[in-house]
Design a protein around this ligand. Structure first.
Ligand SMILES: Nc1ncnc2c1ncn2[C@@H]1O[C@H](COP(=O)(O)OP(=O)(O)OP(=O)(O)O)[C@@H](O)[C@H]1O
Ligand SMILES: [Mg+2]
Length: 243
């Protein structure tokens, strides 16, 4: 039986990280939303840079909503791992929206309300007005202070549906605090979720970087954590899935 909205057989787009595509049946499902979560310094922004670089190389129009760093800082980080953004910006394939400033306005806007009902107002306005293939938000956490879990879930669903109706593929970077504050409910709204973390190997005593494919609808995903490294070329997946 084929389900009308089956996620199986969705077109895939490369994540830009060698070895990660293989863990999720060929890449991120096109036109869907994926979260990338993890603590500070695990490589969330670097993974986003890989995706952006690859998407622009395919000739896709891509928007990066940067809420934590300036466009200059992000471009510097991208260049440092050999994935310069300048040409893509020149060709108007990549638009980096410096949401740092908007974020401040948003906080002001929310302070004036007793019950914030539209926490992703800014990203949604951008998604609705821009015609792009991809939207990356780094980091979504900054939009999510002071709302109940129920409101957050509704607003996440609304954001994800808006992105989907525009047929954009979306990577939403979420820091650990949003994950903890909202009991990981963001993970239920989205199509796929990748978690990056560090852990001490009890046998070697060394700290390892690990990827957990929390979910990827319509894909066979590894049940084990997969080791990765970060170097001057960015993220490298060091293992394949065992089963
Ligand atoms: N050339 C390199 N060699 C080795 N490690 C590197 C190199 N460049 C970056 N890193 C590692 O990548 C980390 C930064 O990755 P990134 O900025 O993507 O983290 P993040 O998860 O986005 O963190 P945050 O939550 O602070 O935004 C650094 O802390 C460092 O450990
Ligand atoms: Mg970051």
């Amino acid at each position: 039986m084929t389900l009308p909205n089956s996620d199986k057989g969705l077109e895939r787009v490369s994540t830009g990280v060698s070895g990660l595509d293989e863990l999720i049946e060929g890449g991120f499902p096109k036109g869907r939303t994926i979260t990338v979560t993890g603590g500070p310094g695990v490589g969330k922004s670097i993974l986003a840079i890989h995706y952006i670089y690859e998407a622009c190389k395919r000739g896709e129009k891509t928007i990066l909503l940067a809420t934590e760093e300036t466009p200059e800082e992000i471009k510097e980080q991208a260049s440092q791992i050999g994935k310069p953004f300048d040409k893509f910006e020149e060709d108007e394939l990549l638009i980096i929206i410096p949401a740092l400033r908007e974020r401040m306005k948003e906080v002001e806007w929310r302070r004036g309300k007793t019950s914030p009902t539209f926490i992703f107002k800014n990203p949604i306005e951008i998604i609705e007005t821009q015609d792009a293939d991809n939207i990356i938000i780094d980091n979504l956490g900054v939009y999510t202070v002071d709302v109940s879990i129920g409101t957050f879930r509704n607003q996440m669903d609304y954001l994800v549906n808006t992105i989907r109706s525009k047929k954009m593929t979306s990577v939403l970077v979420c820091d650990e605090t949003v994950d903890e504050r909202y009991s990981r409910v963001a993970l239920y709204s989205v199509h796929g979720a990748i978690e990056l973390f560090k852990r001490e190997n009890p046998f070697t005593g060394n700290v390892e970087r690990l990827i957990n494919v929390v979910k990827m609808r319509g894909s066979k995903t590894p049940l084990e954590y997969i080791r990765y490294s970060i170097d001057h070329e960015g993220i490298k997946v060091l293992e394949t899935a065992k089963q």
